[in-house]
Design a protein around this ligand. Structure first.
Ligand code: DX5
Ligand code: ZN
Length: 232
């Protein structure tokens, strides 16, 4: 199966929350594709962020781009319908946070969203084997979850290779997403290792440029240039 178009997914964790709607408008106007929405509960991960109300507010503000809800909460099942109702496009969760992974994946799809599993740096991929038909996206964490601004863990490149092979041999239409430490100077290598959906928080929102009409034009263009140069 041919590789899908690259998707750039800015993580709003690094945006200015006091003007979130405007930040999302600017980053999408600059050419980003998907809004990556990090949900943390100070239990599964040691940080606390945003919930379904904020997702709904972005939709009410007029955001029409796909919203990629990355759940770093435990348990997950109770909150999933709330995010579906709030306008989530993708809902992904960590297998460690669900007692019944297959059931949770099915629940996400039954609610009309795209489903995905997230793998921490030390979590092996074998858990995927019997649920490949139930995932729309596989998200590999290239940092330990909880905070923006950490460094990319190089071993993730090998893991991307393995996940890419699993996807290609499965024949299913599954996105391979990477999250953590993605920058202009490593995004090309990350694509070459197999990713086709790229989350970036600090690299994008930290590069706000008042000279750009949409604030994030330069960084998004730099990402696109690097992605176009990748050999896959
Ligand atoms: C970390 C989050 C990431 C984070 C990425 O737990 O899942 O989405 O915001 O931030 P950067 O791109 O700064 O590593
Ligand atoms: Zn994330």
């Amino acid at each position: 199966m041919a590789r899908q178009t690259d998707l750039i997914a800015p993580s709003i964790l690094s945006a200015d929350f006091a003007r979130l709607g405007e930040e999302v408008d600017n980053v999408i106007a600059s050419g980003a594709d998907v809004v990556h929405f990090d949900v943390m509960d100070n239990h599964y991960v040691p940080n606390l962020t945003i919930g379904p109300l904020v997702c709904e507010s972005l939709r009410n503000h007029g955001v029409t781009a796909d919203i990629d809800v990355h759940l770093m909460v435990k348990p997950v099942d109770r909150i999933i319908p709330d995010f579906a109702k709030a306008g989530a496009t993708y809902i992904t969760f960590h297998p460690e946070a669900s007692e019944h992974v297959d059931r949770t994946l099915s629940m996400i799809r039954d609610l009309g969203c795209k489903s995905g599993l997230v793998f921490n740096p030390a979590t092996p991929l074998n858990l995927l084997v019997h649920v490949m038909d139930k995932v729309d996206v596989i998200l590999l964490m290239s940092v330990n979850p909880g905070f923006g601004g950490q460094s990319f863990i190089p071993e993730t490149l090998n893991k991307l290779n393995t996940a890419r092979k699993m996807i290609d041999s499965s024949g299913y239409d599954i996105r391979l997403e990477i999250d953590g430490g993605v920058k202009a100077n490593n995004i090309r290598q990350i694509k070459e290792a197999g990713a086709d959906m790229f989350v970036a928080g600090s690299a994008i929102f930290g590069a706000e440029n008042p000279d750009d009409p949409n604030k994030y034009d330069s960084i998004c263009a730099e990402f696109r240039k690097e992605l176009a140069a990748a050999e896959v």
